[in-house]
Design a protein around this ligand. Structure first.
Ligand SMILES: [Zn+2]
Ligand SMILES: [Zn+2]
Length: 241
């Protein structure tokens, strides 16, 4: 079966088409790093941590993205939406962890110090406005792989509860209005955060995962829901910005 699939869909680089690799070394090297910015004002910030003056009770604590949303990373992220992407996703997650450890070790060091205790990984629920008929959530796959590699719990904590217009067609403030109250905590929470189901709270630090940070409206709104429900620190982690 794998043999047949390999003939039908030979493994090739999502960036340049070179065979026998999901994302080649040249393409990895040409990913441009983003300046680290505060997730609230989007101005430069040390380590991507939210500026002290930008801190809000239910706001993000920081943001880290692998690279700028342009080719070849852009092309790779687009391909995540289609079939047979696990190998590519895994390659991108490996690069993400490597670069994250190298350029912004602050959060990762803290996770290692805590031995993963008190940290969980949550993905932004499906962006079904992105014309994704098969209902495949690439952010969830990124989050699952990341949780395995970092040894953290993965939790489907969020649920989309309201129809929203396609974000891509909206600008700044309208995006924010559009996404407001679009999510809630999933009442069918699986362990390890199951204490919520018994009237508890999330009581955990969270890495919130999405494929791309555009204006940040969606990630900020997800963070708001998580923190309203007891999450302590929430960091946004994306492949691109
Ligand atoms: Zn390539
Ligand atoms: Zn700021």
């Amino acid at each position: 079966m794998n043999f047949l699939l390999d003939i039908l869909f030979p493994k090739k680089c999502a960036g340049c088409g070179k065979f026998d690799t999901y994302f080649c070394k040249d393409c990895i090297c040409s990913i441009l790093q983003t300046d680290l910015v505060c997730p609230r004002c989007e101005k430069p910030a040390v380590g991507g941590q939210t500026h002290p003056v930008c801190k809000r009770r239910f706001g993000l604590d920081g943001l880290w993205s692998l690279g700028i949303y342009q080719n070849p990373l852009r092309e790779a992220i687009k391909q995540l939406k289609y079939g047979r992407v696990k190998g590519l996703t895994e390659t991108l997650v490996d690069i993400l962890i490597e670069y994250w450890a190298k350029y912004q070790p602050f959060v990762l060091d803290q996770i290692k110090k805590d031995r993963g205790a008190g940290w969980a990984i949550v993905a932004v629920p499906l962006h079904w406005w992105r014309n994704n008929d098969r209902g495949f959530n690439q952010s969830a796959l990124i989050a699952q792989l990341l949780s395995k590699k970092l040894g953290l719990d993965y939790c489907e904590a969020l649920r989309r509860i309201r129809y929203t217009k396609p974000q891509a067609k909206l600008k700044g403030y309208d995006r924010h209005q559009n996404i407001r109250n679009a999510f809630s905590l999933d009442s069918r929470l699986l362990p390890p955060l199951a204490s919520f189901a018994f009237g508890g709270t999330l009581d955990s630090n969270i890495l919130l995962i999405d494929d791309v940070w555009t204006t940040g409206s969606t990630l900020r709104e997800c963070c708001y829901v998580l923190k309203r429900n007891g999450a302590k620190k929430v960091w946004a982690l994306t492949l691109a910005r």
